[in-house]
Ligand binder design. Structure first.
Ligand code: ZN
Ligand code: FE
Length: 256
């Protein structure tokens, strides 16, 4: 299986997984880069996975239907362009011969879902939309800090070698915030240098891994003393993980 990040808009990635003949794409906000990749690699489009309803994740759906030979899988609790197969947490779907588990991850939107590929025979893979980013998390447009904390902790519990396919190239700005939260965290400094080199070479900083995110992502580190202390300094309402996550999210929203 090949995993390709198709750049779209200013900083989106449309993830494409293919076996050389058939492809699945995730969150096609724009059809054009997907069509171009299908043509260039001579692939048939077997399925589309959608994580949430925002236009930069569903805008290309209708135009891709003429190429689609299978099903659009989407969040059961959100309104995305019909028709689609409504998916909820706990369901399993077969795509390209792989099994993906659907995980409910409310927070960024109320019905946001993620897709985790966890066949023992394959390398684990996570499509998490705008919930988990490298070194960051999505804004809380529709959900609560408690929901986002539970969603992120659910994803953090996936196998450490899970490749994290997030939908935006926000890594360097997220890492700048992460360094402000934990100035002494050497993994953040090392990953910043690594990602600067990737961006200078015009490459994606993704996928990340769950193991790396647990080391560098402040939103997955709400129980770390250094993170708790920094969040309290910046106005978090208390030291408990939900208050720390809420404080971090508000701090990030005003961070420049
Ligand atoms: Zn979004
Ligand atoms: Fe987005």
């Amino acid at each position: 299986m090949d995993l390709v990040a198709l750049p779209a808009f200013a900083d989106n990635y449309i993830w494409m997984l293919h076996d050389g003949a058939q492809a699945v794409v995730v969150d096609p906000g724009d059809a054009a880069p997907v069509m171009a990749a299908l043509d260039r690699l001579q692939l048939r489009l077997s399925a589309i996975l959608v994580t949430h309803h925002h236009p930069d994740h569903v805008g290309g759906l209708q135009a891709l239907r003429e190429r689609l030979e299978g099903v659009v899988h989407g969040p059961a609790r959100e309104a995305i362009p019909a028709p689609f197969a409504p998916r909820r947490g706990g369901e399993r779907i077969e795509v390209l011969g792989l099994t993906f588990e659907v995980i409910d991850v409310p927070g960024h939107t109320a019905g946001h879902i993620a897709y985790a590929q966890c066949d023992a025979a394959a390398e684990p893979l996570l499509f998490c939309g705008d919930t988990l980013f490298c070194a960051g998390c999505g804004r809380l447009f529709e959900g609560t800090p408690a929901q986002m904390l539970a969603s992120l902790e659910r994803l953090a519990a996936l196998p450490p070698d899970t490749r994290v396919c997030a939908a935006h190239e926000y890594t360097l700005s997220n890492l700048r915030f992460a360094a402000a939260v934990e100035p002494a965290n050497e993994a953040i400094a090392a990953h910043t240098a690594h990602c600067r080199a990737l961006r200078d070479a015009g490459q994606a900083t993704l996928p990340s891994t769950i193991a790396l995110e647990r080391e560098i992502n402040p939103f997955l580190r709400c129980r770390e003393p250094a993170v708790i202390a920094a969040a309290l300094d910046e106005g978090a309402a208390g030291p408990e993980p939900v208050a720390v996550l809420a404080g971090l999210r508000e701090w990030k929203n005003r961070f420049r």
